[in-house]
Unconditional design. Structure first.
Lengths: 298, 424
């Protein structure tokens, strides 16, 4: 279990992380959300022991994290970095050895992962000759090669095409099944919704929302009503209890305060004409994020 | 394999395999062969290169004397009588049939004069030879005209007997000093080369890892201190490998020279084999310690920059320091007992060169040498500690060109991480 207890990090007068509390059980996928500069990377660097918290404590299985434990941890940094002049093989051997693996272990794991990602032909290619997507795969392999207990993925899906995103997602799922604890950050809400049971939204160093995804959604209260009809629907925005609206190609999406408002809306459109769709939806994580963080992101 | 070894071997292997390493090694060994066998090579080109000058002798008696004189000074220079007119002779020069034209005459008081005409007057050594020969003939005839015989003439020109003896215990004989100076010069030269080549190699290594952002993975798996020293030792191994290749190459080159010329080898000529073993050991010790000192400095500086292009900015001040050491060593050669040189030899960045110079030129008490080595070792530790601290902070920092502000920032960032240093 990863425990982050009242952790603060200050750079001079600037507080990058301000009193974060998290408990992430073994075998869980935990999402850390936040706009750029929210303090995600600083939090990760503290978990990894690259930075020391100004206050508070971070432990993995009740032990302080240091270079003693670094073989148990895997890290995919946000700023991708590999040696451009080394081949994939040399690269993975070096990084694997630095995580305490033997050559034969590295060979075995490398073959397994390259096969899985359909990238076997790149084994003896220099990294600079690979496409960005393939470089990312190699970077991911470097992070998981030594079968870490705790895996930290900083923006793992950014810059990948949809096919590769799926490939990586399934790999993440499989690692979870094998018992790996995974913490990952993203500002792509759909990835977080799909992968995580628990999450934390950070804003300016503080945790603004945290907990179980379903509970967060339920307790958020506000819901969305999506309507599609053959007539103009914009007048619905003036209904009492409607907070926001957004017109789509052939309809409107309204954010409502409570579930009951949806019933009023339903009444209001009944006699107007043919309604193609009327649906009460759970709030999306994106809605919650925008609400809590107060900025539109992607 | 420990992580230190992993970093060290990785650094070593990737450098040894790199093209620049192979190319510089081969070129240097090639140069060694060329330099040591220079005399053989010039012979190869110069064997049939006999210069011929035409002489119009208006004195009617000087030419044979000139020919004998030239035979002694420069065998490849032949003077032949030119029997046709001056304008025809000038034409012959321009056509390249003769190298130059020498007109010999006598002035009013009967003293020999010479005028040398050539297509251009850039062949300094040839002209100097002719002039010297003529000068000697003039001296001789002038001496004869006032009635001096050969013996008297020889007495005038024989050099004075002038011997030098040093009374101070700490001084060494002139010959010894010359040998020492060669050794110091060699060490200085290697030092300069090593710092230029390997120092920048270390800085580039660190900067590359930073700029390719691979640094973050590296420091999440191995402590920056281990990493820094792994790298330094790796580069030291590279340097030793290259040095061994150079020495082996140089040895072969000298051997080859000995076989080709059949005469005494270059080693005997320079009397290098008479250098005391203790001095060679001192030279090695100072070289290795100096190398470590500068390497640590470069690793530290390398961690402060974000891009490989900035390495050159870092090199300049360090190169200036080495050049300064070189200048002081030049000065110290003339005045090894100078207090200034003595004081400078305790400044760690100068110690490797200057202390070696002093050890060689003077008979220093052991404690002075020991103190010098201690200062050096102490400085290495100090630089390593500061370097490791700056490195820790520096590698996570990306920003502007290196400056004192950046240096302080890195230290500050490291200070905050102090707690972790105990974990390392």
């Amino acid at each position: 279990m990863l425990t982050i207890n009242e952790v603060r990090k200050q750079f001079g007068s600037f507080t990058a992380v301000d009193g974060i509390n998290l408990q992430i059980p073994k075998g869980e996928i935990f999402g850390l959300l936040g706009a750029n500069g929210a303090g995600k990377t600083t939090t990760f660097r503290m978990i990894l022991g690259l930075l020391t918290p100004s206050q508070g404590r971070i432990t993995w299985n009740d032990k302080e994290i240091s270079y003693e434990t670094s073989d148990l941890i895997g890290y995919l940094p946000e700023e991708r970095g590999l040696y451009p002049k080394l081949t994939v093989r040399e690269q993975l051997i070096y990084l694997g050895q630095l995580r305490g693996m033997t050559r034969s272990q590295i060979q075995e794991q490398t073959n397994k992962w390259l096969k899985r990602f359909g990238a076997e032909e790149y084994l003896n290619k220099k990294v600079e000759a690979l496409s960005k997507g393939n470089q990312q795969k190699i970077q991911f392999i470097a992070a998981v090669l030594h079968r870490p207990e705790l895996l930290i993925l900083d923006e793992p899906f950014s810059g990948l095409d949809p096919v590769n995103v799926e490939l990586l997602k399934s790999a993440v799922h499989e690692l979870k099944k094998e018992g790996t604890t995974i913490v990952f950050s993203s500002h792509r809400m759909e990835h977080v919704e799909e992968l995580c049971q628990h999450l934390c939204i950070m804003h300016r160093g503080k945790s603004v929302v945290q907990g179980n995804l379903k509970e967060i959604k339920r307790s958020f209260g506000k819901k969305n009503v999506s309507v599609k009809a053959d007539f103009d629907l914009t007048y619905l925005k003036d209904t009492a209890g409607v907070i926001k609206h957004r017109t789509t190609g052939d309809g409107i999406i309204l954010q409502v305060e409570r579930e009951e408002v949806a019933q009023d809306l339903f009444q209001a459109i009944q006699s107007k004409g043919f309604v193609r769709k009327f649906e009460l939806e759970e709030p999306s994580l994106n809605d919650i994020f925008i609400e809590k963080v107060g900025v539109v992101h992607e | 394999m420990s992580k230190f070894m992993t970093v060290m071997m990785h650094t070593y292997r990737s450098k040894i395999k790199s093209k620049p390493f192979l190319i510089t090694t081969l070129i240097t060994i090639g140069l060694l062969f060329v330099i040591t066998n220079m005399n053989e090579i010039t012979k190869m080109f110069g064997e049939d290169d006999v210069s011929k000058i035409g002489v119009i002798d208006r004195t009617g008696e000087t030419l044979p004397a000139l020919q004998t004189q030239l035979k002694q000074t420069n065998d490849d220079l032949k003077a032949e009588a030119f029997t046709k007119s001056e304008s025809e002779a000038e034409k012959a020069v321009l056509d390249g049939k003769i190298e130059g034209l020498l007109i010999l005459d006598k002035d009013a008081s009967g003293i020999i004069t010479g005028t040398y005409k050539a297509e251009d007057v850039t062949q300094q050594s040839l002209i100097a030879d002719v002039e010297l020969a003529l000068q000697q003939i003039k001296n001789k005839s002038a001496a004869e005209s006032i009635g001096l015989n050969q013996e008297q003439l020889a007495a005038i020109y024989s050099p004075v007997t002038f011997a030098k003896e040093s009374l101070s215990d700490s001084a060494k004989s002139e010959e010894e000093a010359a040998q020492v100076y060669i050794l110091v010069y060699v060490v200085l030269f290697f030092m300069y080369m090593a710092v230029m080549m390997y120092g920048s190699m270390i800085a580039v290594e660190v900067a590359t890892e930073k700029s390719s952002r691979v640094m973050e993975i590296l420091i999440s798996s191995v402590s920056p201190v281990t990493q820094m020293f792994g790298k330094i030792f790796g580069i030291v191994l590279v340097a030793l490998t290259q040095l061994a290749l150079f020495v082996a190459g140089g040895f072969l080159a000298v051997k080859l020279n000995g076989q080709l010329s059949g005469s005494e080898s270059i080693i005997n000529e320079l009397k290098l084999n008479e250098i005391p073993i203790s001095l060679i050991i001192y030279a090695l010790v100072f070289f290795i310690l100096g190398f470590f000192l500068y390497s640590t400095l470069f690793a530290m500086l390398g961690s402060l920059i974000s891009r490989v292009e900035e390495v050159n900015n870092l090199m300049t001040p360090v190169v200036i320091v080495i050049v300064a050491a070189f200048m002081i060593a030049m000065f110290g050669r003339e005045n090894p007992e100078s207090g200034f040189v003595a004081a400078a030899s305790y400044f760690p960045l100068f110690t490797p060169m200057l202390m070696l110079l002093r050890v060689g030129m003077l008979s220093l008490p052991v404690w002075e040498v020991a103190l010098g080595i201690s200062v050096l070792v102490g400085a290495i530790f100090l630089f390593a500690i500061i370097g490791a601290r700056v490195y820790r902070g520096g590698v996570l920092m990306y920003g502007n060109a290196p400056s004192l502000k950046l240096f302080k920032q890195a230290l500050l960032l490291t200070k905050q991480e102090k707690k972790n240093t105990t974990d390392v």
